[in-house]
Ligand binder design. Structure first.
Ligand code: PMP
Length: 286
């Protein structure tokens, strides 16, 4: 089946799916987005993603051209047209086009774009052997500048940290906040296990409130694991018994080394394995 990309109510082939070079999404990163996963033909946690999208839009004073019900239908229609049962959905809403110049009020219609594509997961060996991480020198956006809770099209902050990771031979980097505390990774949230407790930075550390993060917290509590949202420092990562990352694309992925130092024995730990399995079972039963 050919790829069908949704733009404001119409479908286009990949080659013909285009928006204006005057769109403020391109000119200024002025817009918001979501990344979701389809399992067995259904979007995992669609409502949570839609709520986060509309909240991100509100936070940047962007009025989306369709309401949440119409957006849900647009996502479903796009998935049906693409006929993929295991896939990734990228939902992008831009401010729309205008003359050059920052003023968003003069933008014409916001653009809603929905792309359904095959998933490009991290190679399987990282799930069995664990990731190598570095601490990026690029800190996460200061929440008073651009809140990391907003999933905006301006990802340069994370991209700078990703460049550092790749230069160091890693695929993810830990990002600290403006206070030097652990925030999250460039495209994933972070967890550690310490003395049987699961710990993850709180939202006010300046992170995206990941939907996988929230799901893993719920699954861990249901499994009787104590979970706490606590301020973490690099020191906490160095002395952790286990560490793993969460994200819609990555799911639950172990991390075994930070800045060249092994985390515990440098092996994927039992709680990580348990939560990875609980998460995979959970998403395959939707
Ligand atoms: N943090 C950042 C910066 C992200 O971009 C993402 C999404 N890729 C996440 C965390 C994980 O969020 P979710 O579980 O909702 O995909």
């Amino acid at each position: 089946m050919a790829q069908a990309i949704y733009i404001n109510g119409e479908f286009f082939s990949r080659e013909d799916a285009k928006i204006s070079v005057y769109d403020h999404g391109l000119l200024y990163g002025d817009g918001v987005f979501e990344g979701m996963r389809i399992y067995n033909g259904k979007v995992f946690a669609l409502e949570d993603h839609l709520v986060r999208l509309y909240e991100s839009a509100r936070a940047i004073a962007l009025t989306l051209p369709i309401d949440i019900d119409a957006m849900r239908s647009a996502v479903s229609e796009t998935i049906e047209k693409n006929g993929l049962s295991e896939a990734y959905v990228r939902l992008v809403c831009t401010r729309g086009s205008n003359q050059l110049g920052l003023d968003p009020n003069r933008c014409e219609e916001p653009q809603v774009i929905i792309i359904v594509d095959k998933i490009s997961l991290y190679p399987e060996k990282f799930y069995t052997e664990g990731l190598d991480l570095i601490t990026a020198s690029t800190i996460r956006n200061h929440p008073a500048a651009l809140s990391p809770r907003v999933k905006s099209l301006n990802y340069l902050n994370n991209i700078m940290a990703k460049i550092e990771a790749i230069r160091a031979g890693c695929i993810e980097a830990v990002m600290l906040n403006h206070k030097g505390e652990v925030a999250e990774c460039t495209g994933d949230n972070i967890f550690i296990v310490r003395r049987g407790r699961l710990l993850t930075p709180p939202i006010h550390a300046g992170i995206l409130e990941g939907i996988t993060r929230n799901t893993v917290i719920d699954l861990a509590r249901e499994a009787g694991i104590e979970v706490s949202e606590e301020t973490l420092t690099r020191h906490d990562l160095f002395i952790a018994d286990e560490c793993f990352l969460t994200g819609s694309a990555a799911e639950v992925i172990p991390a075994v080394r930070l800045d060249g130092r092994l985390i515990a024995a440098g092996k994927v730990g039992p709680v990580t394995q348990q939560l990875n399995k609980l998460f995979r079972d959970h998403v395959s039963s939707i």
